[in-house]
Design a protein around this ligand. Sequence first.
Ligand code: PA5
Length: 446
Amino acid sequence: MKENLSVNLKNTAGFISAEEISSLSSKSAAHLDTLNAGTGQGNDFLGWLTLPDDILPQIDRIEKTAKHLRNVSDTTVVIGIGGSYLGSRAVIESLSHTFAPLLKTKHHDIIFAGQNICEDYLAELLELLDGRNYSVIAISKSGTTTEPAIAFRILKDHLEKKVGKLAAAERIIAVTDASKGALRTMAETNGYETFIIPDNIGGRFSVLTPVGLLPIAVSGIDIRMLIKGAKSMEEITRTNKDAGSNPALLYAAARNLLLQNGKPVEIMVGFTPKLHFFAEWWKQLYGESEGKDGKGIFPASVDLTTDLHSMGQYIQDGQRILFETVISVKSPKGKVTIPLEKDDSDQLNYLAGRRLSDVNHNAEAGTTIAHHDGNVPIITLTIPALDEYYVGQMIYFFEIACAVSGYILEVNPFDQPGVEAYKKNMFALLNKPGFEEAGKKLRERI
Ligand code: PA5
């Protein structure tokens, strides 16, 4: 039988008790009923719960379109922001060769755009794309988000000038709402192939829809295995009310108990740079789902051991408001052994013959004990390997735990009213029609 993702709360000892964890996780099991019955807050955004099955009929078309983009181009620019960006980037960076774009072997590059409005970023991207044979996937549920809309306008213009309007239409794919929004209208006018983002799935829960799966498939990753992993985690968590065997209940309960015990900041820790963007995805998932009504755990992240040489001091010794969630990966894909050196001039011969993963695991164990000794409680999440199956497990695990955790906090985990505030100000300052009065008032404050 395949091993599964597991949660270990041993290093929360001394901060929260086994009885407290057992009591809150058992109580939280009721939230699974609420989710499955669709009777809780935000119940019109629960489509992600059944995605591992519901997405299957679309897999053939997603793979076919991915193959088409790989055939007609050597690079795909994925345009999107927030939930229309972070999921695919998290999976692609977790599972791809770290130096993929620099490898000599034939490779399809994925580049992201529309996740910022930096002029230099776009100028340099256009400079690169001048020499590339590229396609575009434009992703926006609303179809009107400013950052990706601007990037799409610029890249559409660039691509049409480069290959002509008709050929451009063959290599632009739109992932958007079934009927609303400017992107839908443009897709219909120009004849782009489209994929639909269902109404009942919010951006940050959409990685297992075409929003995430299409770019992931174009990058060459096995999306069927990703979904298989997610499905297995659905089976472990969705209706399992036994807190002892449901890791999502344990995680949701432990982090809320830590919050209640004076730890409002959760740091996601990975010991591989491949998990950097997975932590970015996780930050959005939890930050947007829980940070509201004056409540919520602040999600942060570090890459270790890299950041032990920058943030390590604070984690060990700064304000005691932190807890960590470590993603521990048992086995690496590659194999590198430390060589023996005759004169041992760097005094590393005590490590000769040992694998780098052995050193990394000892760094992880040593750091965990040091941080725990420094009053930082630690939740450890272990996966056997960083592959499609376990990344799929992690996606479903964090999504369902997030929903339960939001319900424990008594917030609506599926809305994001706070995201609108900056948009209104930006539109007003840019003189968007309808925002002129607000613009005048804001300019007085600058
Ligand atoms: O999770 C969310 O809802 C947001 O982060 C959105 O994904 C983000 O604002 C982009 O929205 P859209 O897909 O409508 O362009």
